[in-house]
Design a protein around this ligand. Structure first.
Ligand code: SF4
Ligand code: MG
Length: 293
């Protein structure tokens, strides 16, 4: 029987998000649900896997498979999930503290490894869940609970970091621009490889600097202005210049078509790992599983 075409609302879970009213993460979840529906996916074909933080609660509000894992550990779990279920659409998600702080080592290797999945970082330049400390993307000099005299560190630039780590797809979206963001998320899901989508998602409660109004006034669509997403050098130049200034680029910075990890490991992964023959009897398999319970 043919499966029905789903709407964005079909990807909404039974639990309503408990984010603060006005949090950018509401925009992100709506954008993701629209993108999944417009890609023609069914709920059982999708897994959303997160770390820890306000935004990492997102899988609990989705009507898909999901995992809410450990701080900074969305990517090891999501990559393992994808290799075991190569025919599924896997979306990892979390915040800037989770992905660019404690989880950044995993991110660098995921970028160069290039497993076919999408990673959405809800970047609000603050630690929201722990009530407002400086994060890896907080601006230099920004006053927060943990830096009352101003942040003495320069912010991490996730776009140049990704470009320098062998990324095959790097983009930036804004939760307050759903029209553009849905197209970026769909392109990221379509991309045959690891797709990083840094997404400005304002924290209305603890970051009074990087507000929705700030991003509305200061972002522009680089692709609409003619940026060639195959040009790595230009992407690097724009990312260096237009990340924390008055004019901030959004859109797809860079995309190439190098083979994804699964294509390089096709002998092992032609069959999803969950369907591999273990080469042991049913009794032996039960015995093995019992040892890990
Ligand atoms: Fe969103 Fe900030 Fe509230 Fe967390 S604290 S739910 S990031 S607005
Ligand atoms: Mg954050």
């Amino acid at each position: 029987m043919a499966e029905a075409t789903l709407q964005a609302k079909d990807f909404k879970g039974e639990v309503h998000p408990d984010w603060c009213p006005g949090c950018g993460d509401f925009g992100v979840i709506n954008i993701l649900q629209r993108a999944l529906a417009e890609k023609g996916l069914q709920q059982h074909q999708v897994a959303v896997i997160s770390g820890i933080g306000c935004s990492s609660n997102l899988p609990g509000f989705m009507n898909t498979y999901g995992m809410h894992t450990l701080h900074g550990r969305s990517l090891p779990n999501a990559q393992g999930f994808k290799l075991a279920n190569t025919d599924m659409t896997v979306v990892a998600c979390g915040g800037d503290g989770d992905g660019y702080g404690i989880g950044v080592g995993h991110l660098v290797h995921a970028l160069r490894r290039n497993i076919d999945m999408t990673y959405i970082v809800m970047n609000n330049s603050i630690y929201g869940l722990t009530t407002g400390q400086t994060s890896p993307t907080s601006g230099f000099g920004m006053k927060t609970k943990s830096t009352p005299f101003g942040n003495p560190e320069v912010p991490l630039n996730p776009i140049t970091m990704a470009l320098g780590s062998g990324a095959s797809f790097v983009a930036r979206a804004f939760s307050g621009n759903p029209k553009q963001a849905v197209e970026i998320y769909k392109a990221a899901i379509e991309h045959k490889g690891f797709a990083l989508v840094d997404t400005f998602s304002p924290c209305v409660t603890f970051n009074k600097v990087n507000t929705a109004q700030f991003y509305r006034e200061n972002t522009y669509d680089m692709n609409a202005e003619g940026h060639d997403k195959s040009d790595w050098n230009k992407a690097m130049e724009i990312a260096n210049r237009d990340t924390y200034g008055d004019r901030i680029a959004t859109g797809i910075f860079y995309q190439n078509e190098r083979p994804c990890y699964e294509a390089e490991e096709k002998d092992t992964l032609a069959t999803a790992l969950v369907n591999h023959d273990l080469g042991v009897s049913a009794v032996q398999a039960e015995d093995l599983k019992a040892r890990f319970r």
